[in-house]
Write a protein that binds this ligand. Structure first.
Ligand code: ATR
Length: 307
């Protein structure tokens, strides 16, 4: 598979894809194709708008067409837990699947990634991974220079992304974790799981009464131009926050990040998280270290425009 990245698609070209609904905003194709080119792989990465009702059929389609791998984004990450043949520990632990690797049996009967086969057998299985949780912790450390161990955190959102982030932060040893969600029953459920798995973390549902080092937005509020802020600033003013991480990367500056900057908070958008989850996915498919610089450059150009 290695060699020069061919300019033209041929019958030998292999495919990866991201499935989402909606998916047009995704910067993953720009980032992943830059990564594939830097690795010299004759693969392409495309995006498909897949309605949740069609997720099972769309995964089966990729399997039948011998795709190398898939990424899943909103709203598929929880659904996919029940749709893949095998779950990696990461998917089980963080409760969501954002990466699928297609695998076939070698001559000895062992399951291997499709990259290892020149002639891919028809009997293929799906192996589900989660690369989001590690990516969020890494991006927070890199972009905001926050040490998570011992930190006080307010996390907004308890959907797929919020849940994975909450569990990851708890396992990283944050001291206090305050969970706020529109549907508070979902935040209560995440809090229960954390109490069970990480009894040393002080977890509660609702706004804290004292300042926090990190405010993390894992809701979808901020994606649309007229969205309101994801937190109630009367209940918790932004001057009580040192730093804000918003998982949204498009727009690059959400109303929350703008408001935070006005209050003197350090801020970062979700670009770093997207980069690290995508880099890990590419490693899972290709078996090679991801070309991080090339992927980061393509991502920044896609989101901020050419420099
Ligand atoms: P993801 O996989 O990105 O987490 P999700 O599971 O659909 O997607 O979760 C979306 C999150 O944004 C949830 O926390 C959701 O709150 P609910 O659990 O109450 O649905 C939150 N969210 C979405 N729209 C919202 C809105 N208009 N106001 C407040 N929260 C909202």
């Amino acid at each position: 598979m290695s060699g020069l990245f061919p300019k033209n698609i041929s019958a030998a070209t292999r495919f990866c894809a991201v499935y989402g609904h909606p998916v047009q905003h995704s910067a993953s194709p720009a980032m992943q194709n830059a990564g594939l080119a830097a690795l010299g792989l004759d693969w392409r990465y495309v995006a498909f708008d897949v309605h949740p009702e069609n997720l099972r059929a769309a995964i089966a389609g990729a399997k039948a067409m011998k795709f190398v791998g898939l990424n899943l984004t909103v709203p598929h990450k929880l659904l996919a837990l029940d749709l893949v043949d095998v779950l990696d520990d990461s998917a089980r632990r963080w409760g969501a699947v954002n990466t699928i690797r297609f695998e076939a049996r070698d001559a000895g009967g062992a399951w291997k990634p499709l990259r290892e086969f020149a002639d891919v057998p028809d009997d293929i299985r799906t192996h589900g991974f989660n690369t989001d949780a590690d990516a969020i912790a890494r991006a927070i450390r890199e972009d905001l220079k926050i040490e998570l161990r011992g930190a006080r955190v307010l996390l907004l959102g308890a959907g797929g992304a919020g849940r994975a982030a909450a569990l990851k932060l708890a396992h990283e040893g944050v001291d206090e974790l305050h969970l706020v969600n529109r549907t508070s029953a979902k935040a209560e459920e995440v809090a229960r799981d954390i109490r069970e798995q990480c009894p040393d973390v002080r977890v509660s549902v609702g706004y804290p009464e004292t300042p926090v080092e990190l405010l993390l937005n894992a809701t979808s509020l901020g994606l649309k131009p007229d969205d309101s802020l994801p937190l109630d600033v009367k209940a918790f003013p932004l001057r009580m926050v040192d730093a804000i991480y918003d998982m949204i990367y498009r727009p690059a500056e959400t109303p929350l990040l703008k408001a935070g900057q006005l209050e003197g908070c350090r801020v970062a958008n979700g670009l770093g998280m997207l980069l690290h989850q995508g880099a890990k996915a590419l490693e899972i498919w290709s078996g090679q270290p991801a070309p991080l610089d090339a992927m980061r450059r393509a991502l920044e150009e896609n989101v901020y425009g050419a420099k």
